[in-house]
Design a protein around this ligand. Sequence first.
Ligand SMILES: CC(=O)SCCNC(=O)CCNC(=O)[C@H](O)C(C)(C)COP(=O)(O)OP(=O)(O)OC[C@H]1O[C@@H](n2cnc3c(N)ncnc32)[C@H](O)[C@@H]1OP(=O)(O)O
Ligand SMILES: O=C([O-])CC(=O)C(=O)O
Length: 468
Amino acid sequence: MLAQRSCAIFSKASKASTAGLWSSFLRNKSTVAAAGSLKARLAELIPLKQQQLKELKTNHGSKSLGEVTVDMAIGGMRGAKVLLWDTSLLDSEEGIRFRGYSIPEVKQLLPAAVEGGEPYPEGMLWLLMTGEVPTAAQVKSISEDLNSRAVIPEFVEELLDRCPRDLHPMSQLSLALNALQRDSIFAKAYKDGINKKLYWDPTFEDSMNVIAKLPLVAARIYQNVFKGGKAVPVDMSVDYSQNFANMLGFGENKGFVELLRLYLVLHTDHEGGNVSAHTTHLVGSALSDPYLSLAAGLNGLAGPLHGLANQEVLRWILNMNKSLNTNNPTKEQITNYCNETLASGNVIPGFGHAVLRKTDPRYTSQREFALKHLKDDPLFQTVSNMYEVVPQILTKQGKVKNPWPNVDAHSGCLLCHYGLLEQDYYTVMFGVSRAFGVLSQLVWDRALGLPIERPKSMTMDSLTNMFK
Ligand SMILES: CC(=O)SCCNC(=O)CCNC(=O)[C@H](O)C(C)(C)COP(=O)(O)OP(=O)(O)OC[C@H]1O[C@@H](n2cnc3c(N)ncnc32)[C@H](O)[C@@H]1OP(=O)(O)O
Ligand SMILES: O=C([O-])CC(=O)C(=O)O
């Protein structure tokens, strides 16, 4: 019935547009089946948000959000308020709020598989897309919808199977996304002349398809690179995280599945200015489809100052342990190793942040998970000891604006505990989660008709001359 309702909304919209394309799009059974209640809810919300944006422009369009300084132009635009991003907002002291909800609130409000356990990422997707807390039935409808979209074309499987094992898993993920783009509904609709008022619909379809296909792609990369290539198909009767865990080979381990749920929820979104979000948004603003936009964003996530830091943290800890020949270094040993890292001109991975000025609540949430499930794990003890010593060491340096740990300082030790030891893979899992946030916003970018992004750049000479 909801699917019918969404079709009705859509048919109405398509009358306004010219394209016979649209009726053929609607005739496509898989698309109609997929047009579940999430899409129907979005169709209801979009006119309201369009109106809000219109009023914002009319009433406040010419007001200033602050000064743009030369420091901002040189220093990575830190603090410049120049992006619209609705799915989450970051406070430098408090940390992230997803659609207004803090992490503890999200954990309390979103439906979970286990009583008192971790929320389903599907619920997070609903929240990010609509701003509303879903019911258990709505979460289930998302699991089913995603399962029904999950299959990947054979040529993409072959492409991944042919990748050399030493091609980084993040490069393989990006490659696969670019290849999956062959089936972009948005790209086809654009080619066929879709009315711009309808862009959000194929963007939504592509986004859901991408999110659905990511576990199969990601698991195939894991199995190929680290485990000899076993492929586990989607189980239509289970949720997204259970399926992903099954495909990775950890499905029997209920602790791992719960960790995966938490991991996928926490890494979804971190407002719009971080490299992966901003890149996805920027590339999408050229009307590149969700596959291309996300692939670009994930290429940014693969940088060691951004998402790759989670692999770097674990590598750093394991290198320290190896050089000290211990699994449980003392605080003094950790301090000395940190000082060596800094003296060699390297960063201590997992610490610092461009916006946060306190411990990342995503770190705290993972720490709470560790205290509940694995408090005696030696790696967790090292991570805890680092929490005690690294902030002081960084503060002593005098230049680090935030000495506290970020999300990446903790994730590796949790994954390791459950046997997912391959650090090079960690950012792929981050990428699967990040797709939820940046693609939800991309749907809204198109629904709100946001324009191509094109800030002004300056040369050093032009800046120097400006202030002569
Ligand atoms: C999911 C995420 O993306 S979370 C971030 C993951 N990245 C990491 O954990 C890598 C380690 N951390 C860092 O490199 C930085 O803190 C970043 C990239 C996260 C933020 O960078 P910035 O906003 O430029 O930080 P900040 O303004 O504090 O930098 C000032 C100086 O302190 C240094 N600094 C910042 N963090 C660290 C650190 N963890 N270790 C050593 N030095 C650091 C910077 O490199 C910079 O040095 P410079 O002036 O010689 O160039
Ligand atoms: O906000 C940032 O710049 C980096 C970050 O923590 C994220 O993207 O999750």
